[in-house]
Design a protein around this ligand. Structure first.
Ligand code: ADP
Ligand code: ZN
Length: 746
């Protein structure tokens, strides 16, 4: 028989990646304070000398162990995690085969978790009473001009931050303190917000009258919101420029009426300035932003606003999904097909899929929006899981851009262009320059040349630590590795045979820029890629100058491919459409179709119809052809058949098991052992590949191997895989991880 337990028990997830909970007794004096979601300090390991922080995940009635240690203290610097989020974290750990600790860590931003950042206090100075202040000024200040200065300033602006007051008056603390002593003025500490919008004004824009299609879509959403339809997720498939954002805005209005909250996910930080602007102009201070461009202090404050219920809408990148709302009504995932929603470190979650799960658990709704929905999401429409909402036309009956392919096989050389710009594209750009319209030129590769080789001995410059070639950057006169970032000075002679016969080939955006400058000497040309956009604000700067019409031709990588809405852009040129087609990835066609459609979608969004020139060496490739004809449906039909035949997602799931280490033999050996352990569970519904080198076989001096698992990934299977990683294979100096629903196979 058990003796009745004297102490209550807390289950704690400590700050280590052990994938284990530990039970502790709750000391009597902490009993009222310990609840699920709070953080505590606990003794850990042999003896009781080492202390560690952790999160309380459960308050079980009993423990399987009978002698427990006591919780040391409650750690309040880290805020309590709402239970619903904690449950979501536990689900993520199971679904994505990571440790529970990794999953729970993702729920709080680093700045908040650290416990080191707090609200910002500023000392303010104010007049106790204006009449008393002016009397004092007349009677007591004749021999103190400094005091007079302070009082004159405060009589004009009765309330000022101390530091600012000192700056404008130039007085010392002593002067201020003496006035405080005389009880004319007072000092007070106040909490202020570090405001990422501090220097941007809210432009309020009038609400447009909805188009017929928007009305129909919103009707359907209304019935989802109020009818409690079982289809809690909707896929908003709307062509580029069809007014999806307006649909989001109106949906949020509905959600606000119910006093509920909305999370809006946007794919990249780069996309947020234009998007946040639109949400802020409609909802003002009810909107908070959470993205990676914020300083730690700003992020802490934005997060705290959400936590304290001061805002109703969060717009942000992937991790904004974990905004600690307690009365969530809606999650919007804009550009749901984007790969950046998948996190590439543990927990390797897909924000779109977790959004659907969070909404389900919290009784909220989901809108996934895209002009080029992922095969996964469209397949969910097919299966009846998501409701389909369509916007087939652009706003104001603007036509979709006319898309032409330019067959680059055998393009005759144009003086100075080394056949990178086709005649057609050059003519088209010249047309726009004459008419004062704008052009976007897209190439998904940065740098000047992607290859440096020796004409004598055939040497190709490549990174010694990674299995890829160096890219030549002319402006910096260096070779860099686009994987590890290593940089070396560009050699004048071949490093191997010393011949002064070096050749550069393969174009990047830097070269496009220099060719364009020669081809269009009168145009103002700007390049936008991660080499030129090194400063936080440079992106916004270039975009605003593009908006004002100060730039004729904007050249860029995928940074300019999406989301931009500039009505004066009437031409888009795509330099090499084939790059993404040749990736060793079953999604190569899908990516190509999406990218071409998105880039093309930047053209003709204003009153003048747009044109798009796609330069390609494979003009009859079907992904390219469907993009030319704006034909998503046919693309989907064809591609889904291929996936079904080959058993690739969305037909079943795909997971990769990754192995990396410095020692090639060792890592291969472990991978083979791991394969031995899982091979027996392969069956008709589960295919397991042999161990193979990853397409990028070496990265940062580590060799990389992988196993691909396709088919029905059951919870039992995932448990087994997780167990192997965390228990059986955790002792080697080899990094092993599982990537469920992997989007990158490189
Ligand atoms: P998408 O996100 O589908 O590419 P947007 O939401 O950016 O399209 O809309 C394209 C443009 O049309 C934007 O400038 C937007 O302000 C405008 N717009 C949206 N809905 C309407 C409407 N009902 N009437 C007039 N203009 C609209
Ligand atoms: Zn490298």
């Amino acid at each position: 028989m058990h003796t009745p337990q004297k102490y209550k028990i807390a289950r704690v997830l400590v700050d280590l990646s052990l994938n284990k909970n530990y039970d502790y007794y709750i000391p009597a004096e902490l009993e009222t304070k310990v609840e699920i979601g709070i953080h505590v300090t606990v003794p850990f390991g042999r003896g009781s000398k080492r202390f560690i922080k952790g999160c309380v995940t459960d308050l079980p009635a009993s423990s399987e162990f009978d002698k427990l240690k006591f919780i040391e203290s409650v750690y309040t610097a880290r805020p309590k995690i709402p239970i619903s989020l904690l449950k979501l974290g536990e689900w993520m750990a199971e679904y994505y085969c990571c440790s529970k600790e990794q999953a729970v860590r993702a729920l709080l931003p680093g700045a908040v978790r650290s416990g080191k950042i707090s609200k910002k206090n500023i000392t303010f100075v104010y007049l106790v009473d204006p009449i008393k202040g002016s009397e004092y000024l007349f009677n007591n200040c004749s021999r103190s001009p400094s005091k007079a200065k302070v009082l004159k300033e405060l009589l004009q602006r009765p309330d000022r931050p101390l530091s600012l007051l000192k700056k404008v008056t130039g007085v010392s603390d002593a002067v201020i303190n003496s006035l405080v002593k005389d009880e004319v003025i007072k000092k007070e500490k106040r909490i202020v917000c570090r405001d990422p919008f501090a220097d941007s004004e809210i432009l309020s824009v009038e609400k447009p009258k909805l188009t017929e299609e928007q009305v129909i879509v919103l009707d359907k959403l209304q019935s989802m919101f109020y009818g409690k339809q079982k289809g809690f997720a909707s896929l908003l498939y709307g062509v580029t420029g069809s007014g999806k954002t307006e649909v989001y805005l109106r949906s949020i209005e509905e959600i606000l009426k119910e006093d509920k909250e909305t999370i809006v996910l946007v794919p990249e930080i780069a996309l947020t300035p234009q998007t946040t602007e639109r949400f802020r102009s409609r909802f003002g201070d009810l909107v908070s932003v959470l993205h990676s461009g914020l300083s730690d202090g700003e992020r802490f404050d934005e997060w705290t606003k959400v936590y304290e219920g001061k805002v109703k809408i969060v717009v942000g990148a992937r991790s904004a999904l974990f905004a600690p709302f307690r009365n969530l009504g809606l999650i919007i995932v804009d550009e749901e097909h984007e790969n950046s929603y998948k996190q590439d470190e543990a927990p390797r979650y897909h924000a779109r899929d977790v959004a659907v799960m969070r909404a389900y658990k919290e009784n909220a709704f989901v809108i996934l929006g895209s002009a080029t929905p992922s095969l996964e999401s469209f397949n969910n429409v097919d299966k009846g899981k998501y409701q389909l909402l369509e916007l087939t036309k652009r706003i104001d009956d603007r036509v979709m851009p006319k898309v032409f392919t330019v067959d680059m096989r055998g393009q005759s050389e144009i003086a100075g262009s080394s056949s990178i710009f086709s005649r057609d594209l050059v003519d088209a750009v010249n047309d726009r320059i004459t008419r004062g319209e704008q052009t976007i030129i897209f190439l998904n590769r940065r740098g000047f040349a992607t290859h440096m080789s020796c004409n004598q001995c055939g040497y190709v410059a490549s990174c010694p630590e990674c299995s890829i070639n160096y890219t030549f950057h002319r402006h910096k006169d260096c070779l860099t590795c686009h994987i590890c970032g290593s940089i070396i000075r560009a050699p004048k002679n071949c490093p191997k045979c010393s011949a002064p016969d070096i050749k550069y080939s393969g174009v990047g955006t830097e070269k496009i820029e220099s060719i364009a400058q020669k081809l269009f000497p009168l145009a103002y040309i700007k390049r936008m890629d991660s080499d030129t956009m090194t400063h936080k604000k440079s992106y916004e700067k270039v975009l605003s100058s593009f908006k004002k019409g100060e730039i004729d031709v904007l050249i860029g990588t995928q940074m300019i491919a999406k989301g931009l809405d500039f009505p004066n852009v009437t031409l888009v040129g795509i330099i090499n459409a084939d790059i993404s087609l040749h990736m060793p990835d079953f999604r190569a066609s899908e990516r190509t179709f999406q990218l071409l459609t998105q880039v093309a979608g930047r053209a003709g969004r204003g009153h003048i119809p747009g044109e798009v020139f796609i330069q390609t060496f494979t003009p009859f490739n079907t992904a390219i052809q469907y993009a030319v004809n704006h034909d998503y449906n046919s693309f989907y039909e064809e591609e889904i058949d291929v996936r079904k035949m080959l058993c690739y997602p969305p037909e079943g799931h795909l997971a990769t098991v990754r192995f990396t280490a410095k020692n090639e033999e060792k890592v291969l050996d472990i991978a083979e052992q791991f394969l031995n352990d899982i091979e027996p569970i392969a069956n008709d519904n589960l295919m397991i590949s042999p161990v193979c080198p990853a397409p990028i076989a070496k990265m940062r001096n580590k060799y990389r191997f992988m196993i691909m698992i396709r088919g029905k990934l059951t919870t039992r299977l995932k448990k087994y895989l997780t167990q192997l990683v965390f228990e059986k294979y955790n002792k080697h100096d080899i990094h092993i991880y599982i990537d469920i629903d992997a989007v990158s196979l490189m």
